[in-house]
Design a protein around this ligand. Structure first.
Ligand code: PBG
Length: 327
């Protein structure tokens, strides 16, 4: 026998030298849920280990994140009240605007990324403005009207000091529209991390509990992508690059490794991010809490697989934990 690949797996040293993919804390982004009020550190039941934090609690939370070696957070807000157009989303006193300022005051070096979407802020829970149809179930998510609101949200986050805006609503033209709005208002330094390829996924389930959101009727299949499609992912990515996206994203992560790989090969010049979403996190946690999986081994394997497929950066609810394990 001439071919003996096992020779190269013989010792830990050899395995380390020949490892093709790496994972380090600076490749991870920690999502945070921010709520109004004081002294709030409220567990999200479907996501053990994840909390909603009030703005005053962020100082402690981001300190832990920075100490774990993580360089970036992604903020999601829970507004005090929701309405038809999601007004708090672009208010100077909105929960996210306050959170950005609070974080920048204590950790100016920490990269702050914000979700830009209407769904957490609208009374109907949809990602855009709705057509005024007689029958509720027939109301549709309007595209171009929604862009105007997204522009206002992005500019208002920029005014509060955000580094990166991450539009997640899958509206056509959102990247181009936000880019011009930011540039017009003097925020050309703010980058856009586009959720270029976001699937209409069942794995967002626990997130809806985390942000107390979700559509009151209907679903998101008229704008998020069909899980059966991959060629369409290239089309979405191409449009976002042309519109001025600074990063591309594939979401969810583990069930879509082929799509990550396709984008990595198709757009080698673009930084590629993938989002290990709430359902991926909760599945791992549930099995771990039952003693069915070893936490560190399972989490590291899932993350290295996402990196191996071609993601440069990973948004994961495990970021802080993994940062600690790695140090
Ligand atoms: C929309 C948004 C969602 C997630 C991130 N941004 C929910 C959705 O599209 O329905 C899901 C994230 C997760 O599941 O972890 N603002």
């Amino acid at each position: 026998m001439k071919e003996r690949p096992r020779r190269l797996r013989r010792t830990a040293g050899l395995r380390a030298m020949l490892r093709e993919t790496t994972l380090s804390a600076h490749q991870l982004i920690q999502p945070l849920f921010v709520t109004h009020g004081e002294d709030i550190h409220r567990p999200v039941p479907s996501m053990p280990g994840i909390f909603q934090h009030s703005v005053d609690q962020l100082e402690i939370e981001v300190q832990g994140i920075v100490e774990a070696g993580i360089h970036a957070v992604l903020l999601f807000g829970i507004p005090s009240k929701k309405d038809e157009i999601g007004s708090e989303n672009f208010s100077d006193e909105g929960v996210i605007q306050l959170a950005i300022k609070a974080i920048k005051k204590v950790q100016p070096e920490l990269l702050v990324i914000t979700d830009v979407c209407l769904c957490e802020y609208t009374s109907h829970g949809h990602c855009g403005l709705l057509s005024p149809s007689e029958r509720t179930a027939e109301r549709e998510v309007l595209n171009d009207e929604t862009l105007k609101i997204l522009d206002r949200v992005a500019v208002s986050h920029a005014k509060a000091g955000v580094d990166v805006v991450a539009p997640s609503g899958m509206m056509d033209g959102m990247v181009g529209s936000i880019r011009s709005a930011l540039d017009d208002q003097g925020y050309s330094h703010v980058s856009i991390m586009s959720y270029a390829v976001k699937y209409a996924s069942a794995f967002y389930g626990p997130f809806r509990e985390a942000v107390q959101g979700g559509a009151v009727f209907g679903d998101r299949r008229s704008h998020q992508m069909d899980p059966a499609n991959s060629r369409e992912a290239l089309r979405e990515a191409k449009l976002d690059v042309a519109e001025g996206a600074d990063f591309l994203m594939v979401k969810p992560a583990l069930p879509y490794l082929d799509v990550i790989s396709g984008l990595a090969l198709g757009f080698p010049e673009m930084p590629l991010v993938s989002y290990q979403v709430s359902g991926e996190y909760s599945m791992l946690k549930a099995a771990i809490q039952n003693g069915w999986l070893d936490e560190k081994d399972a989490v590291m394997e899932a993350l290295i697989a996402i990196r191996r497929a071609g993601a440069d950066l990973i948004i994961t609810y495990y970021a802080k934990d993994v940062g600690r394990w790695l140090s």
